[in-house]
Design a protein around this ligand. Structure first.
Ligand code: NAP
Length: 305
């Protein structure tokens, strides 16, 4: 019998992973916030995956954090700003050999979680899959993509990657996961805040070429200073390619702001500015971008952390 996956957070990515694991008959359990959410989940009768217009429901068993059974494998699928506290709650349940897989975007939350659970092996993930909720306990698989997983302190791949093969979750073990996460963070810093400030789709940034180029220059300085030169290679060309290839899309930060949801700014642009300050690196345009974004969030009545 293979090890049970505990999925913490029944949002977009948590549901996408839990339903695909359940579809492959891999044992999986969902951890929801509290007994009210558990009752609501049980009334709904399971998680629904909507893919290519077809709906499939999976009655994945669920529990609350204060359930007693030990956890050997935990997939953390909440937002970066919730991850540390959500995992801290579960720390007493983690078995001595526990593995914790972190799906959060950006950087900063992973280290905060790892510090909460020093006994566990923490595996960081970077995903280009896209999903959104079109109702409680339902997810629409909107963008097929890829997930890289890695452990910065231990290069050997875990055996449970077989479960991902069985579940049809495209993935690769990465020995440079931090470089991948930094690269994605840099792309995000060069694109997402500007789409909010200029109130535009990604393609709208083609009209702000100089501003994007200046930010890329500062991001390259930052990546080189913090020991991530590979993440800096051809950054500007890739930023321009992404702006062009996704011209019709709204960035995830734009969508959060538009839907009046809290953004993950502290783990993206905020993290970049914090690391630059730690290295005593003066990056005026990046700092100004952060101030402008924080002011915009304040003016909209949204949290700025
Ligand atoms: P989401 O839809 O907002 O889901 C987060 C879930 O975590 C929510 O269901 C929330 O519960 C739950 N949660 C928070 N605190 C909890 C706690 N203490 N106990 C139990 N559950 C808790 O977020 P998401 O879009 O899946 O994103 C998750 C992470 O993946 C983010 O860092 C995001 O940037 C990254 N990511 C997402 C995508 C995507 O396409 N969605 C793609 C790549 C990366 P409630 O429902 O009760 O609020």
């Amino acid at each position: 019998m293979s090890t049970t996956w505990h999925v913490l957070g029944a949002g977009s990515l948590g549901t996408l992973w839990a339903t695909r694991l359940a579809r492959a008959a891999v044992p999986v359990r969902l951890i929801v916030r509290d007994s009210t959410r558990l009752q609501a989940y049980q009334a709904a009768g399971g998680l629904t995956l909507v893919e290519h217009g077809a709906e499939l429901r999976f009655p994945v068993p669920a529990e609350t954090p204060d359930s007693q059974a030990p956890i050997h494998r935990l997939l953390v699928a909440c937002k970066a700003y919730d991850a540390e506290q959500a995992v801290a709650q579960l720390a007493p349940r983690l078995a001595p050999d526990a593995e914790v897989i972190l799906l959060q975007n950006g950087l900063g939350s992973q280290d905060a979680v790892a510090a909460q659970v020093p006994q566990a092996r923490c595996i960081y993930a970077s995903s280009t899959e896209g999903a959104f909720r079109d109702g409680d306990w339902r997810v629409v698989f909107a963008g097929h993509g890829f997930t890289w997983l890695g452990d910065a302190s231990h290069p050997v791949a875990p055996i449970w990657l077989d479960d991902l093969d069985a579940a049809g979750i495209p993935h690769e073990w990465s020995t440079d996961i931090l470089t991948r996460l930094w690269r994605k963070l840099a792309l995000n810093c060069a694109i997402n805040p500007l789409t909010v400030l200029h109130d535009c789709r990604n393609g709208g940034l083609q009209a702000h070429h100089c501003e994007v180029a200046t930010l890329c220059g500062e991001l390259i300085e930052l990546l080189e200073r913090c020991g991530q030169p590979a993440a800096a290679e051809n950054l500007q060309q890739e930023v321009e390619r992404v702006i062009h290839a996704t011209a019709a899309n709204y960035s995830s930060m734009y969508q959060d702001v538009n839907n009046r949801r809290r953004t993950e700014i502290s783990y993206l642009l905020g993290h970049a500015c914090k690391v630059a300050a730690r290295h005593q690196l003066n990056l005026p345009h990046l700092n100004q971008l952060e101030s402008r974004l924080i002011s915009r969030l304040h003016s909209l009545g949204l949290p700025s952390d």
